[in-house]
Design a protein around this ligand. Structure first.
Ligand code: SAJ
Length: 429
């Protein structure tokens, strides 16, 4: 298969770095995105997301004439689809969230119009099992003049594969090159073509399986992490009740040669770990007991943190009977969904901060060194620096383990530490 032009549909956290990577290897890359603003930004050599090293890569790719962005697909030899797979709006409380494949459907239908015999289409978006076959069906409906693997097998005009992205936000450029790649072709020929494509920049192994197993592999990785984080979160709740320092406990248990417990936190955020397990649960609700239970534990954790803050307020008021609840200032440290990034989407810290501000107490301050402005839905909250928060707040709530927070001296303060980085200052430690 000779690949001269590669099209990447969806220029977000995965699609744009992937497009830039192919362009850096001298391939002609057409990026497609429905967001005109993103398209204009990229065409001016800039980026609309934060990811280390990506800005330089995109600038060089655009300046060198290897990368351009457009709003509707143009012909290419290989197409990679990296669009979001959110949930359908829920109908009732407690209902299992169902995946919404509308973005995959619209990407498939729009690229189908420009497909030609011999093209390769790869679905990279994290998807429920069966989505790749469904995507191939959507393309076949638009192009009855072409044959697809679901009806024609190895001899089909169009090759289709699922090759899930597995890179960690903040390390995308490095991980794109050095992570092993799961290659789930709908036929062997599809897999071979996909390997040839990824080998343009992937230095690690490209491991072949079928499309359904590739879909499940990605969901399994993120569900495994969710279950492990739930175990840590459950331990933190148990230890709090038993008056045991969970961080000390975990570090002791992790000295066992076969134990590696993850870190408790304020809940699980981001667009992957808290989402992907539902794609398994929604397909197999009766069988996914452990995965479902882990989701519930991790989803409950923010409420547990809010309750801890309420308790801290009550303790403070009983210590200082002349104070009222309106005199209490709470400072929340960190809004991002994890350490050292600026990404606030699906962040439990953001939800917790908002809930604290709605408790109708005194002032709520936020320290978030990675942003310049608070999101609009956070009202009655002030963005301050760490020093100001330390000087004025009565209660500190540590929500994200950003590097800037690790060396703060909070010895004399009342605090709720959800990440264990102020552990050494805890009373009794
Ligand atoms: N978290 C904890 N305790 C831990 C580790 C993480 O509370 O010990 C929390 C984080 O604070 C964050 C959430 O979990 O809120 C998710 O963070 P993460 O670093 O575990 O993962 P993501 O969402 O940034 O990226 C994951 C990665 N998957 C795995 O590590 C199995 C990445 O490789 C995937 O490519 C990505 O999901 C994705 O796109 O699916």
């Amino acid at each position: 298969m000779s690949v001269n032009t590669i099209s990447v549909v969806g220029l977000g956290y995965i699609g744009l770095p992937t497009a830039a990577m192919f362009a850096s290897k001298g391939k002609n890359v057409i990026g497609v995105d429905v967001n005109q603003n993103a398209v204009d930004t990229i065409n001016s050599g800039k980026i609309h997301i934060v990811e280390p090293e990506l800005d330089v890569m995109v600038r060089k790719a655009v300046e060198g004439g290897f990368l351009k962005a457009v709003t509707s697909p143009e012909p290419a030899d290989a197409f990679l689809i990296a669009v979001p797979t959110p949930f359908l709006p829920s109908v009732s409380e407690g209902e299992i969230p169902q995946p919404n494949l509308v973005y995959i459907q619209s990407a498939a239908q729009s690229i189908a119009k420009v497909l030609k015999k011999g093209d390769l289409v790869i679905l990279e978006s994290t998807s429920p099992v069966g989505a790749t076959e469904q995507m191939a069906k959507w393309m076949a409906e638009v192009r009855p003049d072409l044959t697809f693997p679901q009806s024609q097998g190895e001899g089909a005009d169009i090759m289709v594969a699922h090759c899930p992205e597995r890179v960690l936000p903040g390390h995308v450029i490095k991980e794109l090159v050095k992570n092993d790649r799961v290659i789930g072709g709908m036929t062997d020929r599809c897999s071979k073509a996909a390997i040839e494509l990824y080998k343009i920049f992937v230095k690690a192994e490209c491991v072949v399986t079928n499309a359904r197993t590739a879909e499940m592999a990605k969901l399994t990785e993120n569900s495994c992490r969710d279950v492990q984080i739930a175990f840590a979160n459950e331990l933190s709740i148990i230890c709090d009740k038993l008056d045991i320092n969970v961080w000390e406990l975990i570090s002791l248990a992790n000295r066992h040669p076969r134990i590696n417990i993850l870190n408790p936190g304020p809940g699980v955020g981001g667009h992957c770990i808290a989402v992907d397990p539902w794609f398994i649960i929604s397909k197999s609700p009766r069988e996914s007991n452990l995965i479902h239970c882990a989701r519930k534990i991790n989803d409950y954790k923010p409420q547990w943190v809010i309750d801890k803050v309420k308790l801290a307020v009550a303790d403070l008021l009983s210590l200082y009977p002349t104070k009222t609840v309106n005199d209490i200032t709470v400072a929340c440290f960190g809004l991002a969904f994890k350490a050292d990034i600026d990404d606030l989407r699906e962040s439990p810290s953001l939800d917790i901060t908002k809930a604290i501000s709605e408790l109708n107490m005194g002032k709520v301050l936020v320290v978030e060194p990675n942003i310049d402005m608070l999101p609009q839905n956070l009202t009655n909250i002030e963005l301050v620096d760490a020093e100001q928060a330390l000087n004025t707040a009565d209660i500190l709530v540590l929500l994200v383990d950003h590097k800037e927070f690790k060396d703060l001296n909070v010895a004399s303060k009342c605090f709720v530490d959800t990440r264990g980085i102020w552990n050494k200052w805890a009373v009794g430690s």
